[in-house]
Each structure stands twice: as C-alpha cells, then as structure tokens.
Design a binder for this molecule. Sequence first.
Ligand code: NAP
Length: 249
Amino acid sequence: MPGMPDWILITGSSRGIGAATAWRCAQAGWDVALNFARDAAAAQALAARIEQLGRRALVLQADVADEAQVAAMFERLDAAGGRLAGLVNNAGIVAPAGRLETMTTARWRRVFDVNVIGTLLCCQHAARRMSTRHGGAGGAIVNLSSRAAEFGSAGIYVDYAASKGAVDTLTKGLARELIGEGIRVNGVRPGIIETDIHADSGLDLHDAASTIPIQRLGRPEEIAEAIAWLLSDAASYTVGAMLDVAGGR
Ligand code: NAP
C-alpha cells in the first residue's frame, strides 16, 4: 500500500534479543510485527511502546515450529496491509544443559523443530512474499545462529549447537539461492548475551565473563544493532555473511 512503511517480522520478540531488535527496528522507522509463543502480555507491552514512537506494531502469536500456525501468522500480516521488507528468525530454544547420554529424542526433535524447521518455514513464507520471482520487491532475512555452532557446546547442549550449525548452512545456501531475486540473507552469531534463555539451560554464568576476551557478557541491544544493520540498505553488498557478535570469543 503506497505511503505505508514496510514491515519487519521478528520471531520470538516478546523478550530478549528479539524484543531489543523490534525496538531498534521501530526506531529505524520500520513497522514491526512481533511474533511470540507464550507471553502475550510482554509482546503487547512492547507493541504499545512501539506505537508510542509512531510506528505500527502487530502482535502475532505462533509457534514457529508449527506449519499451520506459521502460515496463519503470515496471512495475518498480509491482511494488515503494507509490504514485508524483512524477516528476523530469532525464535530459538535451548534445553537443560547436560551430556548427550542424558538427552531424549523428544528434546532433540523440539530443539530442531523450533530452531531449524521454524527458521526454514518462516524463510519459505517470507521468500514467497519478498522474491521478485513471485512479484515481490525484494527484502532481507537475518537468521540468529550462535557461536555455539562453531564451538559445539560439549557437555552442555551439543543438540542446540548442531541446530545452529544447520542455521549457518541454510543461511549460506539460501543467500545464494535468493540474492538473484532481491533477497539478502545473512546471519548473526551471538556470544553469551544477558537474556532469560540461560534459565532454561540451568547454566551458571557467574564466571562466564572471565572466559570472554572483552571480559563481560553481551547485551541484547548489541545484537539488535548488528541485526538492524544487516536488514538495512547500508548492508547492500553483504550476502551470506555470518556476523560474530561475541566480544572476541
Ligand atoms: P529468550 O530470551 O529465551 O527469548 C526467546 C524468544 O523466543 C521469546 O520471545 C519466546 O517467546 C520466543 N519463542 C520461543 N519458542 C518459540 C516458538 N516455538 N515460536 C515462537 N516464538 C518462540 O532468547 P534470546 O536469548 O533472546 O535468544 C534469541 C535467539 O538468539 C535464539 O535463537 C538464541 O538461540 C540466539 N542466541 C542467544 C544467545 C544468548 O546468549 N542469549 C547466544 C547465541 C544465540 P515466548 O516467551 O512468548 O514463548
């Protein structure tokens, strides 16, 4: 619709890195679609703050691992009017830290369903809307990987690390598949960032800062900044990059 700002859809934006990214994107002038799984109140509170900036905010509940829910989410975004300019695949989960022998297949499947299938599903729906091959005007996708993809997270969560390795690979492949159709795909690999995700793993991060060259954990806003840059035209020649934002780790 002419005159309307473009939408950025950010999965898992009720808190943490996703919420910081939504706020940063709104400040940059985009309208923001906020996806979440469970915490409607947090997503709605963020939407209200974004609307106070004069931007539109659309709150979209969907489990990114659920094909029907993802399809319905994109249809609700279509119905809101305006163009999808960008997608941030940020929704991601860990599971309690432990060795491989202690893990269940149900846990592995859920980690891969959310982190990998969820990312693929959202990329698919976004490509159908943004690709010039389908009549779209192009756009940008940013996938959240992790430095764990490289380190492997031995004794902590090799399943999570492997799922992020898959995110790295699909990001590089999709970047080459879609750049000829106007879509730039890139990824960000955060180090250890201060969010609630670590409560789900049960990890004690008390001494973690001393293992990081910069000697502190990262803040969600520091990841949001990198994501916003990759979404923007300032990154117009950046395609298939995995940007490490990890304090030197
Ligand atoms: P977080 O604080 O745990 O927040 C996760 C967000 O994802 C929440 O908004 C949550 O919504 C949403 N979510 C969870 N499962 C979902 C699902 N199935 N469908 C839709 N939304 C879902 O996580 P974070 O630390 O900000 O991490 C964000 C991303 O960065 C993840 O991909 C993570 O792997 C990656 N990352 C984080 C770190 C770190 O140290 N924090 C490091 C490397 C990579 P609800 O609360 O409403 O369920």
